[in-house]
Design a protein around this ligand. Structure first.
Ligand code: ADP
Length: 797
């Protein structure tokens, strides 16, 4: 080793390093951007280590300071812009010694590592060895005692970046939903060919030890058969697979056959099940014209989807907070997510659990491997099995327990309505219930009832619902009308069709409809049945949930729109786009899209717009363009919710900016309108539709055999399913603690308290438009050039 020639002065500001390691994943750039900006915002300096641990070992130019502007536009870039590598030297102590020396010479004592379980294990080893690495460096004369003194503790925080979603302890890893999107796009594309030619397709997806991508893509595309490493098929699977596919094709008339296989799929004796083997079986035994598609590296590429941008940004911010709060005693944390809650978990616990799953698979203890997987994964697997085909005689309930379950869509169309309905139908058929679709909402139900059933209320067949798996909008039709328009008629129809339960998919109107039916139970016995709402609306404004189906589809559509429109400014530069989002009186979509595209400002109804705000933002933009010095080729984005202000419309805001910019930059208004409802539902909306719909069906089923009064007396018999923090729960509509009373702002048609409001602060922090508020409640935007001197944070522990 070279002796250190440079005398090391501890830097004035704390330095936080960030590196990406292992396989690259979409979203890694978003994480680096968030770490860099949050570090600067917290009065620290940010350093990127290029090419993963390779850069840490080699030092020199591979460890460089990154400034605020350096990470502009990174949210929409695929791969990792600071590079990643597999580094053998870092596996050796000698390599880690060099890395430690480089860090001390740079004055860096904190590191955010974004990678898979290998990279994070390396980080943990590095932290554990750190004190001894420093004393060895001193003993060897590489560094002096004074030089290492300020850096006695190495702070490390892990972020999981991996397309496989193979880390235990977190629902999702940065990159996995983007990769799933790529896979679903590819499978959606072969759907048409498969249908046209009545072909079979065997599609191989990534995942050596983890079947998450395979399982989720099977759910999202309604695959006929699935192979994952954790749950190898029983011996004789070849016959079973062929018989199932034959039934689906011959008896039920399905024209296309899709089989999804994870690259690590194997049988119970650990023999590989390859895509070509499956193809041969289908071709030879069934004479089915079958093609194989191995998706390979396309699964890694491309820009991050909305969820990965959101996740990587919030986790990057959390990583910096965790670094600043770490004590010498605290174990290295990894930032995780459970449902909608960003959390910290001891890194080595998560890594150990991940390794244990792999070991269980390798020792053929498949049930144990499945048990060690996250509860969510098992639930999805179970839900897939329950909906892949109706052919499960074992799962049928006895005659007396079967129900007639009505399904209705209420409100505006949203991505995920069709997949949710398909899942509910498939589950009903699997269990022996009768699924009844009500076409075109409540008007469709009461239309010409006159005591005679009509065609807009009818039983759904499996094949008809199967194609809804990836279709946007609402196939059975949705309508905003409420039951109060004709309560007598609705009650009469409930009796006429003998509904035992009602499953309502939709937004705020769906919520209102069920509230009305619940309140009318006093008058009508017909409504004393389970009445369950599955929220589906792009506005995400239904009380009782932090997530509505369709909102993810809408966000993805919006970010595609914003990315494209921003790119359009690359020739003219210096352009601000004021983009109007939907969302009614809820600013959720605008704020989350703002986070995902890196908007400079977001205007929402919850805050309104006023002249001081606009004036400060125009100053902020002016300053921003000056600091860019034309280096940034893309335009800037302001998102304005459609109801943010009656006076300052999107066009007015754009015109005011243009006027005040005095020729220094331009401004344009853009309104994507109904485009935001999206085409095909996003994979996240598809998989969550399935999981939530099945949970609703199970909940409904739990009332089977109960008297009407017993049902009406149970508050959870009229309920909303929703994500609340780290859980998925049913919340009762009525009663003292029910949603109607406690959580609903009926006038503004949104929940009284909106969990996402704090995201506004993150948007403002990361755009440089600070989120600190003065006593009058105004935003007080710092001059971005002063950002580096805001609140001081404790220096090294
Ligand atoms: P992933 O992070 O995607 O699981 P790898 O397992 O290839 O990918 O790990 C990436 C890098 O992390 C390795 O090239 C190596 O530099 C480092 N690394 C992995 N495991 C260890 C370990 N046990 N000790 C030290 N470094 C490790």
């Amino acid at each position: 080793m070279e002796p250190a020639k440079i005398p090391v002065e501890p830097p004035k500001k704390r330095r936080i390093g960030v590196l990406t390691s292992g396989g690259d994943a979409p979203g890694m750039n978003g994480a680096v951007r968030a770490v860099v900006r949050m570090a600067i915002h917290s009065d620290c300096e940010a350093y990127a280590v290029f090419e993963g641990y390779e850069g840490l070992v080699n030092g020199g130019n591979m460890i460089r300071q990154l400034h605020w502007e350096d990470v502009r536009g990174w949210l929409s870039r695929g791969g990792t812009l600071i590079g990643s590598a597999r580094c053998m030297t870092f596996r050796e102590r000698a390599g880690r010694m060099k890395a430690a020396k480089n860090m001390v010479l740079r004055g860096i004592d904190a590191l955010v590592v974004c990678g898979g379980d290998g990279s994070l294990t390396g980080a943990d080893v590095f932290r554990a060895e750190w004190p001894s690495l420093l004393s060895d460096l001193v003993a060897a004369g590489e560094l002096t005692r004074e030089q290492v003194e300020p850096y006695k503790v190495l702070n490390i925080v892990g972020l999981v970046g991996s397309i496989d979603n193979d880390m235990s302890g977190t629902d999702a890893t940065i990159g996995c939903y983007s990769s799933l999107t790529r896979i679903c796009d590819a499978v959606d594309d072969v759907f048409d060919t498969a249908f046209s030619h009545q072909r079979g397709f065997v599609i191989e997806v990534m995942g050596r030890h983890c079947g998450w991508l395979a399982l989720m893509s099977a759910i999202s595309t309604g695959a006929d058969w699935l192979f994952i490493p954790e749950m190898p098929p029983q011996d004789g699977w070849e016959d079973e697979m062929c018989s199932m596919i034959t039934k689906n094709r011959k008896d039920r008339g399905k024209r296309r056959t899709i089989v999804i296989v994870a690259e690590g799929a194997q049988d119970r004796h650990l023999n590989k099940i390859s895509s070509s083997k499956i193809k041969d079986i289908l071709t030879d035994r069934l004479g089915l014209d079958t093609r194989t598609t191995v998706l390979g590296h396309t699964q890694r590429g491309g820009a991050a989807c909305a969820y990965d941008r959101w996740l990587s940004t919030l986790q990057g911010v959390e990583a910096v907070k965790a670094i600043l709060e770490q004590t010498p005693q605290s174990p290295v944390p990894v930032i995780t997510i459970r449902e909608n809650k960003i959390m910290r978990t001891p890194l080595m616990e998560a890594v150990q659990l991940t390794k244990d799953v792999t070991e269980k698979i390798q020792s053929k203890q498949f049930d144990a491997a499945m048990d060690m997987r996250d509860a969510e994964f098992k639930e999805y697997y179970d839900a897939y099995l329950n909906t892949a085909t109706p052919d499960h005689p074992r799962l049928h309930l006895p005659e007396g327990k079967r129900m007639r379950i009505a399904i209705i869509h209420v409100g505006a169309p949203a991505g995920g309505m069709n997949p949710a309905t398909r899942a509910a139908v498939a589950y009903c058929l699997t269990r022996g219930h009768t699924p009844i679709a009500i076409h075109n909402g409540f008007p469709g139900l009461v239309r010409h009832h006159n005591d005679k059933p009509v065609s807009s209320v009818r039983e759904v067949r499996w094949l008809e619902s199967d194609s809804w798996v990836n279709e946007g909008g609402s196939d059975i039709g949705t309508n905003r009308s409420l039951p109060s328009d004709d309560m007598d008629g609705v009650a009469k129809c409930f009796d006429l069709y003998k509904f035992d339960a009602l499953f309502v998919v939709g937004g705020f109107e769906a919520f209102t409809a069920v509230s009305q039916l619940r309140q009318a139970r006093e008058k009508y016995d017909a409504f004393k049945i389970p009445l369950i709402v599955l929220p589906a609306t792009i506005s995400n404004n239904v009380p009782g949930t932090e997530y509505s189906l369709g909102s993810d589809t809408c966000l993805n559509t919006l970010i595609d729109f914003c990315d494209a429109i921003r790119q359009s400014a690359s020739s003219s530069r210096r352009r601000v786009f004021v983009i109007e989002t939907q969302g009614g009186k809820s600013g959720y979509i605008a704020t989350t899209a703002g986070l995902a595209v890196g908007a400079v400002a977001v205007y929402i109804p919850e805050e309104g717009i006023d002249i001081k705000m606009l004036s400060r933002d125009i100053d902020f933009l002016r300053d921003n363009f000056v600091r860019d010095k034309g280096a940034n080729r893309a335009g800037k984005i302001i998102l304005r919710n459609e109801c943010a202000s009656g006076t300052y419309t999107t066009q007015v805001v754009a015109d005011m900016i243009k006027e005040e910019a005095k020729g220094r930059f331009e401004s344009r208004a853009a309104v994507p309108g109904h485009f935001q409802q999206g085409g095909k539902p996003s994979p996240m909306d598809r998989v969550r539709a399935l999981r939530m719909a099945i949970k609703c069906m199970r909940h409904i089923e739990s009332y089977t055999g109960q008297s009407r009064d017993a049902i009406a007396n149970d508050p959870l018999s009229s309920a909303v399913i929703g994500v609340k923090g780290s859980q998925v729960l049913f919340s009762p509509m009525g009663g003292d603690s029910g949603l109607e009373e406690t959580e609903t702002d009926w006038t503004r048609r949104r929940p009284k308290s909106e969990f996402w409001l704090e995201l506004q602060d993150v948007v403002n922090t990361l755009s440089g438009r600070s989120a600190s508020r003065t006593q009058e409640g105004w935003f007080c935007y710092e001059n971005p050039s002063s950002i580096q001197s805001i609140p001081s944070v404790p220096n090294s522990p």
